[in-house]
Design a protein around this ligand. Structure first.
Ligand code: HEM
Length: 217
């Protein structure tokens, strides 16, 4: 019955949501090199709020038997985002940084999971970091070419996992952790549902960014 591994289940069950988020107009405009660097800076700023919640949650869950094994310091992105924002916005970036309502909603959901439901937190952890290690590299490449950032340098450090020399091997090990997650069938279903919710929250953020940076013909 349970022939499919949990990592495979998670990937296949969220495939549609992945395509949806990938097809959002903001991502389309970004990959189509139709946006100004200000839109990229605003997106990076939103990620700073999201990873603030994700990585504050990580500190809280370090000793947790379910979420603890996923919390690898080589994944942490907050410091890289701060360097990028300093480059994109200048040293005063913190004074003007503001989260969109959709970003606040996303960050708040992560915080609630971190406080109350470790497997739900893992669903958010997976959706962000595995995405960053995969499609994130396409965004980095596009950003470097569109706005002339130094390759893997300031502006796109968020996308560079310096302490993960072999992302494919890292992802395989991560999937093994997912497959070893404790929990019965119902808990797995709830975790899959939370992963879909994480995609929906990302989509909401992209929609809001798309409204802020509409493409004029
Ligand atoms: C620029 C837009 C995006 C592109 C081009 C893209 C592309 C990709 C690609 C090529 C993979 C690898 C698939 C594989 O190894 O089989 C992947 C995996 C993944 N992406 Fe994206 N992606 C994008 C945006 C996103 C976003 C916004 C999220 C969620 C926030 C996301 C979450 C994921 C996850 C969780 C995986 C890992 C799937 C797994 O192997 O379990 N992606 N993406």
């Amino acid at each position: 019955m349970e022939s499919e591994s949990f990592s495979t289940l998670l990937r296949t069950a969220s495939r549609e949501q992945h395509e949806e988020v990938r097809g959002s107009s903001f991502i389309g405009a970004l990959l189509g090199r139709k946006l100004g660097v200000e839109a990229f800076a605003r997106y990076t700023e939103q990620l700073w709020f999201v990873y603030g919640a994700l990585e504050a949650g990580a500190r809280h869950l370090a000793a947790d038997p379910v979420a603890g094994p996923f919390l690898r310091p080589e994944l942490f992105r907050r410091a890289a985002l701060e360097r990028d924002l300093e480059h994109l916005r200048g040293p005063g970036w913190r004074r003007t940084a503001g989260a969109l309502p959709a970003t606040l909603e996303y960050a708040e959901r992560i915080s609630v999971c971190a406080r109350t439901w470790p497997a739900g937190y893992v669903a958010h952890h997976y959706t962000r970091y595995m995405g960053d290690l995969s499609g994130g590299q396409i965004i980095r490449d596009t950003a470097e070419r569109t706005w002339g950032f130094p390759k893997k340098g300031d502006g796109v450090r968020f996308y560079v996992f310096e302490e993960i020399p072999n992302p494919a091997a890292f992802k395989r090990a991560y999937c093994e952790l997912l497959d070893a997650l404790p929990g019965d069938r119902l808990e797995r279903q709830r975790t899959v549902a939370e992963c879909k919710r994480a995609y929906a929250l990302n989509n909401g953020m992209f929609e809001a960014l798309g409204e802020e940076f509409p493409l004029t013909a």
